[in-house]
Write a protein that binds this ligand. Structure first.
Ligand code: GLN
Length: 527
């Protein structure tokens, strides 16, 4: 059975539990252990798919088509693991399951209660087999939240069930700095740890978010009040990039604390991939400017995975990537005159679409590297139909019914797997040999994640190809265009899927890597 590391948070929300959990997992991986990640959110929504992106940032999509929040993206990227709908579980889903079971008669008339019925359901999700050595398991919210109590109770029970040495409790807190007295205050941390103890949970390690490294005296004081050795109190100092955190933890002996708790042999880790990122971040490198023509810039983290993927591709190409945010709604050519690449990301609804079409036109005509994601592919197709094929009323039925529908709902496609009405999750794509896509992916069969309703109508394929826009990736049945590219262009490529969800900080993603390489060339940084 896997050993578990539970991460809880105290004092305030938004301390970065996800990144802290992922970093602990990364330290275990660096010593050769396998790690899985799971997240429990006490809120009552049954799943995050219907929650406003204005509150939760981007909707992240897993291979199995689960629409979740961006925390799962952190875990997948950091740990290089694939997560599924059972790795992101909300309070709402737990109650939903329990109440459905009750209606179904599964409890055989017993009185259904928080303990044991709800707590057992939570433990069932926690304990699902993972085939890894460890599971890092984040409990969302802040200790003291009413809706979180049953989750704390459940992890307490879980530790008792599987043995205290198979479970480690890591608690993330805040030590605010008081400017006036020049002091770091530890009281909120003490209170939060005491609150955990009321739930029967003794923290085994504390990660204290602070503006500066904790002094020995401060660690001793916290350790004394919180019932743990001073060396198990870690300074969670702010860093300018999350990939520096595993190194910061490693230098404070976080692995050794975990090793001691679980009885693992001492080992030094291979931290090379994090050192590489740190060196890249601190290096004085040339940069490329990428114009992202979008419309959700005022939503924090709406383009989280996209920004990550561009960062990863910069790392692979040894250049810094500057993102120029360009509002699709007010787009004009002058916005992209100075950029080295144009990227049109996904989007829903009519707002800003005509601006995105103009951006694709500019990239095509001026031979600026172009990458389109989902809607970014659809606008490139519409633009080509209108301005090259002369179908002046070409459009998508998402935008208007009065058009020649080049982009449409392919109603009969695999309806059962479409999760409501959106095509969601990973789908295979067959790549045409002798294409840019083949060069980029170096493979004839790939898998990418989708989240969209509309598709390019494949019946236009020949006409597009005759004029130089080819479909270089298709669904295996040949009916759905998945990748398009322009032949007479340095780099013009777009996918009906979201490659950003599979970009890795350690390898980048083939399409993003190639796009940034093209931008490097355009900028004259390389021949
Ligand atoms: N709105 C488009 C569709 O539903 C594109 C979606 C997207 O970019 N994710 O097909």
């Amino acid at each position: 059975m896997a050993k578990y590391i539970f991460i809880t948070g105290g004092v305030v929300s938004s301390l970065g539990k996800g990144v802290a959990a992922a970093s602990c997992g990364a330290l275990l991986q660096s010593r050769g252990y396998t790690v899985h990640a799971r997240k429990f959110d006490p809120y009552l929504n049954v799943d995050p798919g219907t929650m406003s992106p204005f509150q939760h940032g981007e909707v992240y999509v897993t291979d199995d088509g689960f629409e979740t929040d961006l925390d799962l993206g952190y875990y997948e990227r950091f740990l290089g693991v694939k997560l599924s709908r059972n790795d992101s579980v909300s309070g709402g889903r737990i109650y939903w399951d329990v109440l459905n079971a009750e209606r179904h008669g599964d409890y055989l008339g017993a009185t259904v209660q928080m303990i044991p019925h709800v707590s057992n359901k939570i433990k069932e999700y926690i304990g699902r087999p993972t085939h890894t050595d460890f599971v890092v398991c984040e409990i969302g919210g802040t200790v003291g939240d009413i809706e979180g109590n049953i989750f704390l109770e459940s992890i307490r029970q879980f530790a008792n069930d599987v043995g205290r040495r198979n479970v480690m409790f890591v608690h993330l807190t805040l030590a605010p700095y008081l400017e006036k007295s020049g002091e770091l205050k530890t009281k909120p941390t003490q209170m939060s740890v005491r609150r955990l103890l009321e739930n029967g949970i003794q923290a085994d390690m504390l990660i204290v978010r602070t503006p500066r490294i904790l002094t020995v005296e401060e660690k001793e004081k916290i350790g004394m009040f919180c019932n743990l050795p001073a060396k198990s109190v870690i300074s969670g100092v702010d860093v300018d990039n999350i990939y520096k955190i595993p190194l910061a933890y490693d230098s404070q002996g976080v692995f050794d604390i975990m090793a001691q708790h679980f009885g693992l042999p001492h080992a030094t880790g291979n931290m090379a991939k994090f050192i590489k990122i740190e060196n890249y971040l601190d290096a004085d490198l040339p940069s490329v400017n990428i114009g992202v023509v979008g419309k959700y810039f005022d939503v924090p983290d709406a383009y989280k995975s996209l920004n990550e993927a561009l960062f990863h591709a910069g790392l692979q190409n040894n250049v810094h990537v500057n993102i120029k945010k360009i509002s699709a709604e007010t787009f004009s050519d002058s916005d992209v005159e100075e950029v080295d690449g144009i990227l049109v990301p996904g989007g829903f609804g009519t707002r800003g679409v005509e601006g995105k079409i103009l951006a694709a036109k500019y990239a095509r005509e001026n031979k600026v590297p172009y990458m389109g994601i989902c809607l970014g592919m659809q606008v490139a197709v519409i633009e080509f139909a209108r301005n090259v094929l002369g179908i002046t009323d070409a459009s998508s039925t998402e935008l208007t019914k009065k058009c020649t529908p080049i982009i449409n709902i392919m109603a009969d496609h695999d309806a059962e797997n479409m999760g409501g009405t959106l095509r969601l999750g990973a789908y295979p794509c067959v790549i045409k040999k002798d294409s840019l896509a083949y060069k980029v992916y170096n493979s004839e069969q790939i898998s990418e994640r989708h989240r969209h309703r509309y598709e390019m109508d494949i019946s236009f394929e020949d006409e597009f190809a005759k004029h130089g826009m080819i479909i270089s990736g298709k669904s295996p049945d040949g009916r759905l265009p998945e990748i398009i590219e322009l032949q007479d262009h340095p780099f013009f490529m777009a996918g009906q899927f979201h490659p950003e969800f599979q970009s890795s900080p350690y390898t980048g993603h083939p399409m993003f890597n190639a796009f940034i390489a093209a931008a490097v060339k355009k900028a004259g940084l390389k021949e």
